[in-house]
Design a protein around this ligand. Structure first.
Ligand code: FPP
Length: 236
């Protein structure tokens, strides 16, 4: 089926701080990731009500393979559980789920689980939820450059479709990073060329609808000029 662009903002979230949240409570890091899944549920439910059409969540980067094997398998287990447990709720709420990133290094069966949820939710129009797994923005840009090599006709729009793998995904409007770090860590680098950035001290497992609303409100106050002069300066 041909996908359609979901109207609304595109927000990307770097879900940081699961480990610190757990450590502060004397819990194993894996329980921080588990609590992070609850935050994902809250935000996925809140996003369409707050004018978000596309939500891209950074769940596992290509560099996260460097973490201890126990943590990697805990994360992969949570991803599998999320896909299996969440499918009915996603369909009911009109959420289309797609996964970006490599699939050839995932544990056995996970790629099939992903494909199943993608197919089952493809008609969802309330929210396009994109989950980045084994994802690297630089690798996505490199792959697009190789795919487009030799094509003289290619412009930014066509190249964007190669980078995202989906012509219906708009540029990112806002990137949120939790837990106080202020960097992009190889997340949506091409798509975020004019994104506003919002950093919050909140650890991801504590993030909720009110935090999303606060980030939205801060975004609303920004003067997005896209290299032009913007409303205030142009009128002067
Ligand atoms: C960063 O916190 C978070 C991650 C690397 C993983 C994010 C994954 C989830 C929220 C759960 C699984 C995802 C889905 C879609 C089911 P960190 O561990 O780097 O925290 P720290 O910086 O405090 O150590």
């Amino acid at each position: 089926m041909q996908s359609e662009r979901t109207p609304g903002l595109h927000i990307g979230i770097i879900m940081d701080g699961n480990g610190r949240w757990a450590t502060a409570r004397g819990l194993p890091r894996a329980l921080g990731h588990k609590a992070g899944v609850e935050a994902i549920r809250r935000v996925v439910e809140a996003a369409p009500k707050q004018g978000v059409g596309t939500l891209t969540l950074y769940a596992f980067s290509c560099d996260n393979w460097k973490r201890p094997e126990t943590e990697v398998s805990a994360l992969m287990g949570l991803l599998r559980l999320y896909l299996r447990n969440e499918i009915a709720r996603l369909i009911e709420n009109g959420v289309r789920l797609s996964v970006i990133g490599r699939r050839d290094r995932l544990p056995e069966g996970l790629a099939a689980d992903i494909a199943r949820v993608e197919a089952a939710t493809v008609t969802g129009r309330a929210l396009h939820l994109r989950v980045a797994i084994d994802y690297s923005a630089r690798d996505a840009i490199l792959a697009a450059a190789l795919a487009g090599a030799g094509r003289k006709d290619i412009g930014r729009e066509a190249f964007s479709a190669l980078v995202t793998g989906d012509a219906c995904v708009p540029d990112v409007d806002l990137v949120i990073r939790t837990s106080g770090e202020q960097r992009l860590s190889d997340f949506l680098l091409w798509e975020s060329a004019y994104a506003e950035l919002h950093f919050t001290e909140r650890h991801w497992p504590d993030f909720d609808a009110a935090d999303l609303a606060e980030a939205r409100a801060a975004f609303q106050r920004r003067d997005r000029r896209f290299g032009g002069l913007g409303a205030t300066s142009a009128a002067a």
